[in-house]
Every structure is written in C-alpha cells, then in structure tokens.
Design a protein. Structure first.
Length: 419
C-alpha cells in the first residue's frame, strides 16, 4: 500500500486539469449493459473504482479497450452473466448500478447486498422497492438480491422517500425498456443523473424532466449503442478549491463546470476565497484571512455531502466557530479523529460537528478511512506546519486521478512512498 507525505505551508500556483466525474462514469458504464453494440465514453477518469466496475462487467460478458487515454470503448454484445458477486460488490457499493440494466436485458439479476461502508449503512431498499413497483419479483437470500421479471417490466409511478442518486439512476435505466410510462417522483437532480439521461436519450430512450425532481420515462422496445462524454468531476473541482483555501495562492481549474457547484462556490466566496467563474474553468485564489461559515449538506443543488470533509478541513484553519451539519449520511465524520491529530478542535454531536478554528494545523501521521475523508487530510496537510503522512491512500485512488501529482505540479510539496 502507498502512503502520501506532505510538507505543508507552500501556497499553490498554476493550472489543474479536472478529470471526468467518477459518479457519472460509474452509472454510464453500467448503462452499456442495456443493449448490445459498441459504446464509446469520452473523458473517463483513470480511477480504482472505474477499474473495479470494468472487472465486474467483464464477469458479465462485456469486453472493453481504451483506444486512447480516457476514451473507453465497451462491447456489450455478449452479456450472459447476471450475478454481481459479493467479493466485487463489497469493494464498491456502486456495483448496485448493474441491477436495473441486467434485469431489463436478461430478465434476471443477482446482486450482492453491498453491506455497510465507512460512511453509513447505505441500504438499497429504494432500489428494490422501485423495481418491485415496475413488476420485478425480488427475493433476498444469503446476502444477495435476486430479481426476476417474466417478459418486460411494466411502467408505473415511483416515489422516492429520499432523492437517492443511484436509486434514481437504477430506476431510469430499468424504465427505459419497460412497457409504458414510468414516473419517478422526488428524483435526484445531481448533474451526474443529467449526464446519464443525456446518454440514455442518445441511445433512443424517451425521458422528460431532466434537471427536475419528476422524471417521466416512456418505455421503448430497444436501445442502440452510442458515444457520450463524461461530465467534469465537480467534487474533484471543489477539493482543489478547498486546498487553495487552506494553502493560499491562486489556481486555475480547467475542463470543469462552475454551474455544477452553485452552493459550494457561494460558500467559498463567503469564506473569503476569490472565485471567478468562466465557461469551463474556475479561478480560485486566497491571500487574506479566511472566515468561518456554517454548512448543512443537502441533496443537489444544496451543499454536496462529498465536499463536507474538505470544507471541515478548511474551517479548522479559520479562527472562528463553524457548525457543520451532515444530513445525508449517518456516519460521515471519520475524518474528525484524524484532523484532531493535526491539532483541530472539533466537537461532534450526532450529525453535527462544531469546529473551533485554531488558525493553523500541525503535521502528523494520519490514516485515510474513506474516499472523501482522505481528501480532507490532503486539504489539511498542504497548509499544516510540518510534515503530514497519510496512510492507506488506496481510499484516495478510488476517486481522485493522480491527486498528488496534480498538486505537486502547482507547488505543493507532496509525494508518494510505498508503505
Ligand atoms: C451517491 O451515492 C454517490 N455515489 C455518493 O458519492 C454521494 O455521497 C451520494 O450519492 C449522495 O450524494 C455515486 O454516485 C456512485 P444516495 P448513493 O442513494 O446513490 C439513503 C463519493 O464519495 N438510502 O443518494 O449511494 C442512504 O443511506 C460517494 O463519491 C436509503 O436509505 O447515495 C443515504 O443516507 C460517497 N435507501 C441517503 O439515502 C436506499 O435505497 C442518500 O443516499 C438508497 C439510499
């Protein structure tokens, strides 16, 4: 396993190319199961989770190749397998995204229940209830979801208790080939859902309501393979902006979409970070003091839960009081104990964390526990006095393409060593 070492205190200056979004690439790769043919995906990020998803799809019968970096061609002519095994699903719960496509392609899907993960129990009851509403027979046995449908799924109205992102994505993919009309109410509105809708429509699906919380899908008899571009990773974008907030300096983030970070960018301005939005780039700069702000994570377009750990690291570098409410996941404060090791003063009470900014942090040996918690340790490390060593960085490699390399190129003293 690798570890990352950071000597803090060096402001960041330069340009960073943002990669394609992990949370768009995963559902769009799953969508290639919906019909045979050669599917092309552009701007695919080179991440551990993408490689895991492709291993899973290979076990189902697809083949793939990269004709050039970040361009992925998937051939899904021969999809025979219908089982997503526990040993794969336990490493990445987004594997649940094959449930809907396999069910409509083969009439059968057997997907291991994901099991919990560091940030919460993360059940998939909304996914199962939605598919049952469309006529699937779902059985749970020995830790697997067994789904069957005789003939086609039948369109119906699905109401999500919570706007689940992958729940919405699974139902969208299943509904494209159902008989009749499906209405998804309280649907997730994240940009990654919009990217999936664009791909499905290009494949011949009939979907209305993109960008709203009511999606209407008119089932079609078949789809055809097409080419789609993955949107920029808004969470990677926000992570670098938080890093320039803690370390200081000025960064230009290229190939990103400011429109996908409405509440986060406003929050950064309130903190005192200069933000200039352009068509496909953002300039973020910080030279003066930063102010503490309160944060409440919400479904899109609210403040993203995937940037909560990163703004918490930023808040530890202010000299004020910041209240951070995590409303999406029940256990997404794993980074608190590690930030405390760096001198942070953070009190946790249920889903609320109260950060008393200490002005600066000190470098320490810390451990990554989950993807975004490890990103927050990098955001803290680039500003901390002294050296920070982060172990178990495979968590980081799940969702960030060459984060240490990209930061080194803009002046961070950050490098990787074998643990
Ligand atoms: C997606 O996860 C993202 N992952 C997560 O990003 C992100 O944090 C999350 O959406 C929220 O925005 C991918 O897109 C691959 P949810 P997802 O279903 O779909 C509860 C990252 O760091 N829930 O929107 O799994 C659930 O427990 C990852 O990149 C149910 O109760 O999240 C949670 O409390 C982390 N039953 C809430 O809803 C269900 O059937 C939101 O979950 C489904 C979800």
């Amino acid at each position: 396993m690798d570890k990352i070492i950071i000597e803090g205190g060096h402001p960041l200056h330069g340009e960073i190319n943002v990669s394609g979004a992990k949370n768009a690439a995963l559902p769009l790769i799953a969508a290639t199961l919906l019909c045979p043919g050669e599917h092309t995906l552009y701007n695919v990020p080179d991440l551990r989770d993408i490689r895991t998803m492709l291993v899973l799809l290979e076990t189902l019968g697809i083949t793939y190749h990269y004709p050039e970096p970040h361009t992925l061609v998937i051939n899904s002519d021969n999809v025979e397998g219908f089982e997503a095994s526990y040993d794969l699903v336990k490493t990445m719960r987004a594997s649940v995204l094959v449930l809907g496509p396999l069910l409509v392609r083969l009439g059968r899907a057997r997907v291991s229940l994901p099991g919990g993960c560091a940030i919460g129990a993360r059940p998939i009851n909304f996914h199962m209830q939605g598919l049952q509403k469309l006529g699937a027979k779902i059985e749970l046995e020995s830790g697997y979801v067994d789904a069957f449908v005789k003939g086609r799924l039948q369109g119906d109205t699905i109401y999500f208790d919570f706007p689940s992102v992958t729940g919405t994505e699974n139902m969208l993919m299943a509904a494209t080939l159902a008989q009749g009309k499906t209405i998804i109410k309280n649907a997730a509105k994240e940009p990654e859902v919009g990217n999936l809708i664009d791909m499905l429509v290009a494949m011949g699906a009939k979907i209305e309501g993109r960008g709203t919380d009511v999606l209407v899908v008119e089932g079609v008899d078949g789809l055809r393979a097409t080419a789609t571009t993955i949107i920029a990773d808004r969470i990677e974008t926000g992570t670098y902006i938080a890093a320039v907030g803690t370390a200081g300096g000025e960064l230009t983030l290229r190939n990103c979409n400011p429109a996908h970070l409405p509440s986060f960018l406003e929050k950064m301005r309130a903190v005192g970070i200069y933000i200039e939005e352009k068509e496909s780039s953002i300039i973020a700069a910080r030279s003066g003091p930063i102010k503490s702000v309160d944060v409440k994570t919400m479904p899109y377009p609210g403040f993203p839960t995937d940037l909560q750990a990163q703004i918490m690291a930023l808040m530890t570098c202010t000299t004020g009081l910041s209240v951070i409410d995590e409303t999406i996941f029940e256990n997404r404060f794993m980074h608190v104990a590690e930030l405390r090791r760096m001198g942070a003063d953070i009190r946790v009470d249920g889903g609320r964390a109260i950060v008393s900014g200490t002005g600066t942090l000190t470098g320490a040996q810390v451990m990554a526990t989950d993807l975004r918690a490890s990103a927050s340790l990098v955001v803290a490390g680039v500003a901390a006095q002294g050296v920070t060593t982060i172990s178990r960085v495979y968590h980081l490699d799940r969702g960030y393409e060459r984060l240490d390399e990209k930061l080194r190129r803009v002046g961070a003293k950050i490098w990787r060593e074998k643990e």
